[in-house]
Design a protein around this ligand. Structure first.
Ligand code: ADP
Ligand code: GLC
Length: 470
């Protein structure tokens, strides 16, 4: 089968979070399973773009309402990622340094989608499946079905994967002319609550919808940022497929971002060496457990609870642990986390920003990773952490619920708590400190986690079965 993935992110080309990791890995494993999976994404101004070799494969001329533009499709020449990678260059709109966060994101991603469909419609053959990811590509199932000029693509099956339903790409109806002329009787297929809602449209029009864990799919029928009723109505075509992790990129015995490699057999010494480096770099105490947080400092991740939870832990439990936070996001949370640095007694630090290599060192050198997420469709951090022998402390939600079993239960290995509130987080920190001092149990759990299989192989099979069913 030939599958074309359409996404706003793909690691290592451009990544803001887990979407990039998934789109950088799934196609590779689909290819390994004998299929042809390709990726098309916007051409941002990234290091990857400058460092690699490209050829122009297509040039087209199309329009976003009354704005006519030329787009160019370039292809990476060497198959360096293990799949064919295509970038869409639209002068002035996509060729920017950031992925998201511009005022004209609606124009940017709509023109991206138009260029992609335009390009596919110029192919001399048809792909077997168009697989779109999140709202940035959510209008494509509609376009393929209902835009007059793409009628010849109508029979191509489309799959939408929802990585995060919090973001839906809402646009006012004043922007309806952006979408190439479409059957006006199908207005309802774009609309959700009097807005053009690309994610809702994708759910309505895609042949199949997947979410990145089973529990998240169940939760969406109850809480989906206003789209609950739609998920209830469309449940027949929705299926949860848990993400995998790329075991080649995320392997403590070969990881290119760390110097001290280790395996299950050498986990104790290996982690200690990495912890030493972290503690020296960030002025932390190597004799205390190291609890880290890596991620976007936003409400979904429960990041706003961190300052109070850290403060309360020091107050109620004592200065028995280190904290190291890596991330950026809400300015107020950054300010509070920055402020805590001035109160550190060699047991707290915060790195504001995005740093891929530091994140790898943190998975390797920390003892625990804290994820007090309010919403977590899948979560990759906990799976990376476990592969590196780091114990996840997670809220019982979404993909965290599907991947972490509390060590108090039979066969368990992580720490789970029910509510995204300061009290529950503080209690989980207390449990982490207790566990850390039971060195035998700690070693047993580390080894157990490192042997768990979160590889893509089984998830890829489920995607292949899904494609075949279409
Ligand atoms: P989400 O996609 O919702 O942000 P995931 O757990 O699926 O959450 O994936 C997050 C990915 O982004 C992981 O690969 C994580 O290591 C990475 N990441 C998040 N924040 C940072 C950061 N500040 N620096 C480096 N990597 C980060
Ligand atoms: C989203 C979700 C995250 C998930 C990732 C990859 O960003 O927030 O939970 O792991 O997508 O699917």
């Amino acid at each position: 089968m030939e599958i074309i993935h359409v996404s706003a992110e793909c690691y290592p080309v451009a990544k803001a979070g887990g979407l990039g990791d998934v789109v950088g890995a799934l196609p590779k494993y689909l290819n390994e399973a004998g299929h042809i999976a390709k990726v098309v994404m916007p051409m941002y101004r990234t290091k990857f773009l400058n460092d690699n070799d490209w050829e122009v494969v297509h040039k087209g001329y199309t329009n976003l309402g009354s704005y006519w533009f030329t787009y160019t499709i370039i292809k990476e020449r060497t198959n360096i990622l293990g799949f064919d990678l295509y970038l869409v260059d639209i002068f002035g709109l996509l060729d920017r340094t950031m992925i998201y966060g511009y005022e004209d994101d609606a124009q940017r991603f709509t023109s991206f989608q138009i260029a992609v469909v335009d390009w596919i419609s110029s192919w001399s053959h048809r792909p077997d499946v168009i697989h779109v990811h999140d709202h940035h590509a959510g209008l494509i199932p509609f376009m393929v079905k209902y835009c007059y000029r793409y009628q010849h693509l109508q029979n191509i099956p489309t799959v939408l994967t929802i990585h995060n339903a919090q973001y839906q790409g809402w646009m006012g109806w004043d922007k309806s002319s952006y979408i190439p002329a479409w059957d006006p009787w199908k207005r309802g297929m774009l609309d959700w609550k009097e807005m053009i809602n690309p994610l809702a449209s994708g759910v309505k029009c895609a042949w199949k919808v997947t979410t990145v864990s089973h529990s998240y799919l169940d939760e969406l029928r109850v809480t989906a940022n206003g789209m609950e009723a739609l998920f209830e109505y469309e449940k027949g075509k929705c299926v949860g497929i848990l993400n995998g992790i790329d075991n080649i990129v995320w392997d403590p015995s070969t990881d290119k971002y760390i110097n001290d490699h280790y395996s299950v057999k050498t986990v104790e010494e290996g982690k200690l060496k990495n912890k030493k480096l972290l503690c020296e770099t960030f002025d932390l105490d190597i004799n205390k457990p190291l609890i880290v947080f890596i991620g976007r400092l936003v409400g979904e991740k429960g990041a706003d609870l961190l300052p109070a939870a850290i403060g309360d832990s020091y107050y109620y439990i004592g200065r028995k642990m280190n904290f190291l936070i890596l991330g950026s996001g809400f300015p107020q949370v950054e300010i509070e986390l920055e402020h805590l640095k001035s109160l550190s007694q060699g047991d707290y630090n915060f790195y504001a920003g995005y740093n891929e290599s530091l994140s790898h060192l943190m998975y390797a050198g920390s003892d625990f990773i804290l994820m007090p997420s309010r919403v977590e469709p899948c979560g990759l951090n906990q799976m990376y952490a476990m592969r590196y022998g780091t114990v996840p402390m997670v809220r019982n939600t979404g993909g965290l619920r599907d991947t972490v079993i509390d060590y108090g239960e039979a066969g368990g290995y992580g720490i789970r708590f029910n509510n995204a509130i300061v009290g529950d987080i503080t209690q989980s920190i207390w449990r982490a400190v207790e566990l850390y001092h039971d060195s035998e149990k700690m070693e047993e759990i580390r080894k157990q986690m490192m042997e768990l299989d979160f590889s893509w192989e089984s998830s890829v099979k489920q995607y292949i079965d899904l494609y075949k069913s279409l």
